[in-house]
Design a protein around this ligand. Sequence first.
Ligand code: GDP
Length: 304
Amino acid sequence: ISRLRGAPRPRLLLQGQRRSGKSSISSVVFHKMPPTETLFLESTTRIQKEPVNSFMDFQVWDFPGQIDYNDGTFDLETLFGDTGALIYVIDAQDEYLEALTRLHQTIEAIQRHNTAINIEVFIHKVDGLSDDFKLDTQRDIVQRTTDELADMGLDGVHIDYHLTSIYDHSIFEAFSKVIQKLLPELGTLENLLNGLVSNCRIEKAFLFDVLSKIYVATDSSPVDVQSYEICSDYIDVVLDMTEIYGYDRGESEVNTVEETKSSVGSSEDWSLPDQSSVMKLQNGMVLFLREINKYETPILVTPS
Ligand code: GDP
């Protein structure tokens, strides 16, 4: 895991129309803002580069949707050149045809500069929609996009779609999936977790980035949303306790890799901040959390 820190830091570009929810998403996922407080956030009107306190230093670029790619104001090579994934946010509670046109223009611009970018569409704010309506909306967006890209001669472009909301865990789950695809070491981490799970007879193991509650890896058994949610709630409890009664996490020191390394000494010291916690639930499930270093924590769910 220490090796992951030396890897190139993937840049995530968060794009979408005004009021689609970009600032809310980055505030809730990366800055622990309660979802209801996002009602008072200012809408994104310019490109903002947000520093994110996480072991991978994701760069989330909150990027307004009304940019014209052809007016020459933007150096698209720099913008898209080393971007790992473009997350395009569509407000599913609003008229989305204009947003789709923008998405298709963006994909076309991307294809001219960096065909390796993963394109991820977040069909967002689905908390207000019924299950049927959610699926119909997704079907409609996928169909329109597939048709339009085929007309543009871009039918080979792969796009992943996620139904998201900041009012539940779906936004964290979607980010986890987006980020996992950018990790070259994912296979190794998965194998290590598989070994752990089978040797210790654990039901499910997640490696979490505790500050964002994104899971970086998990063993290869399928993820059921409930066990993810329960682990994520457990992290909240442990973090709250740690903040009140625990040791100083030194959050002001974790902005960059270099600063953090100097604050803990040699790279072997990464295992030092070692905390663990066990909780047995009423239904017999046992949760075990063990901190590996300041950033990642494996959290394990075991049957009793
Ligand atoms: P931006 O202009 O794309 O940065 O959009 P904002 O982040 O400012 O969000 C616009 C509005 O959408 C705010 O009032 C948010 O509270 C609201 N919003 C964001 N995400 C969600 C969501 O998942 N569900 C609902 N119901 N509202 C959301």
